[in-house]
Design a protein around this ligand. Structure first.
Ligand code: FAD
Length: 385
């Protein structure tokens, strides 16, 4: 039998947190973190915000110094075998436990021209650096997609002096995810930052990397096209190894164990059971990457750790901060409560229970909301009261 050791695949929050937690829980033997990324572990949220605008350096992710973890950069794992991984560089590493934390990658829509090399996407530090360099040479940009990354990038590009147009399929940004009222706030914020928004508009094709055709405005021409059209979890290794996959993610239990006893999964790539929710959740948030990674690391070290948090994230749109906590898989009603000082709270209900809360300058509601969601509190006359 091999001596105990851990291999972690991926250097995002889930991977780094797993390696750190394994050590802090007393996990023995060598720990090796393998990543495709050429940059040492860093914080991803600033890539669409201050790092994209050139206002800040890349912020290193909490260091693994002192944790006796060997980090290998720029060498993607290409195969997950029985008790071993192989990398593109030809290395082979045996493991007794492996954590897959391979995250997600941007999806380019299946329309003509979306794969053109000048058409940008945004996931890694390298993508953000390239986008900033490209923005320096042009006067206008089209951002396709009005999710958080699209909205944040649009505001950053506008602040860099570009004329920015966002192509948004809904009537307002993120209407399906956050509801009409919340989307209305996002729309006003984008406009106040000088960003134009084409609402109810579908992208048909991209020509020459710089021109887009939509169903509403036939041709839009810009120096730069950025696709912020969602992500796809990187499940290739897990699929090829025969791990259980559901909804395009690696299925795990609440301890982050996959269908194979020696392999765990955490972060964007996982569809993990959350006992507080009573179901499996797909979550794409920084904080959840850290939290799930910690549970995976502790589980790998033999502790009885469970992922049962209410998922939450913050988005920074220019100078405005939005905080959102929710199970994230749908709601029946959204009830907005504007505050006199410009802040607001939107409460989300599902099957008569509090299922989510979105706040701007209303931290009291955010904290209370997390607790109500966790408890599965029944909706009373007004959770805002
Ligand atoms: C621009 C941007 C801004 C964001 N802003 C926010 C925000 O404000 N708030 C928030 O909550 N969330 C934000 N997010 C989302 C958040 O960053 C992700 O949810 C989080 O990074 C997921 O962590 P992860 O560890 O699961 O995956 P990732 O961070 O994607 O890390 C995956 C790692 O796996 C590596 N990898 C992939 N395949 C292989 C392989 N085969 N072999 C080796 N390594 C591999 C990758 O190189 C990478 O290091 C943002 C995301 C982006 C892109």
């Amino acid at each position: 039998m091999d001596a105990e050791n851990l291999i972690v695949v991926g250097s995002g929050p889930a991977g780094v947190s797993a390696a750190r937690a394994y050590r802090e829980a007393g996990g023995a033997g060598p720990v090796r973190l393998l990543t495709a990324d050429p940059d040492p572990p860093y914080e991803r949220p600033p890539l669409s915000k201050e790092f994209l605008r050139g206002e800040a350096e890349l912020s290193p992710l909490d260091s693994l110094d002192g944790h006796d973890v060997t980090v290998t950069l720029d060498d993607p794992v290409t195969e997950l075998g029985e008790g071993l991984v192989r990398t593109a560089g030809g290395a082979e590493h045996r493991f007794t436990t492996c954590v897959l934390a391979t995250g997600a990658e941007p999806v380019r829509p299946g329309i003509p021209g979306a794969g053109h090399p000048d058409v940008r996407t945004l996931r890694s530090a390298a993508d953000s650096r390239e986008l900033r360099a490209a923005a320096a040479g042009v006067r206008s940009a089209i951002v396709v997609g009005a999710g958080f990354i699209g909205c944040e990038a649009a505001i950053s590009l506008s602040r860099l002096g570009l004329q920015v147009t966002v192509v948004c399929t809904g009537d307002v940004p993120q209407e399906r995810r956050l509801g009409h009222e919340a989307g209305g706030f996002l729309l006003r914020w984008l406009k106040s930052e000088g960003v134009s928004v084409l609402r109810g508009t579908k992208l048909l094709s991209v020509e020459g990397g710089h021109r887009v055709r939509t169903d509403l405005v036939p041709v839009l021409d810009a120096g730069l096209v950025v696709l912020a059209t969602g992500v796809r979890p990187r499940i290739e290794l897990a699929e090829a190894a025969g791990l259980a996959v559901e909804q395009g993610r690696i299925r795990t239990d609440e301890h982050l164990r996959t269908s194979r006893a020696d392999v765990l999964a955490a972060g964007d790539v996982a569809l993990a059971h959350n006992p507080a929710a009573g179901r499996a959740l797909a979550v794409e948030h920084w904080g959840e990457g850290l939290a799930m990674g910690e549970v995976a690391g502790r589980t790998a070290a033999g502790e009885d750790a469970t992922w049962d948090e209410v998922p939450g994230f913050w988005s920074v749109l220019g100078d405005r901060v939005l905080k959102y906590a929710a199970w994230g898989d749908g709601f029946d009603h959204a009830r907005p409560f504007p505050r006199d000082d410009g802040g607001f709270t939107v409460w989300y209900e599902r099957d008569g229970r509090v299922a989510g809360v979105l706040t701007h300058e209303a931290d009291d509601d955010y904290e209370r909301g997390r607790e109500l969601i966790r408890r599965g509190a029944a909706v009373t006359a007004s959770p805002a009261s």
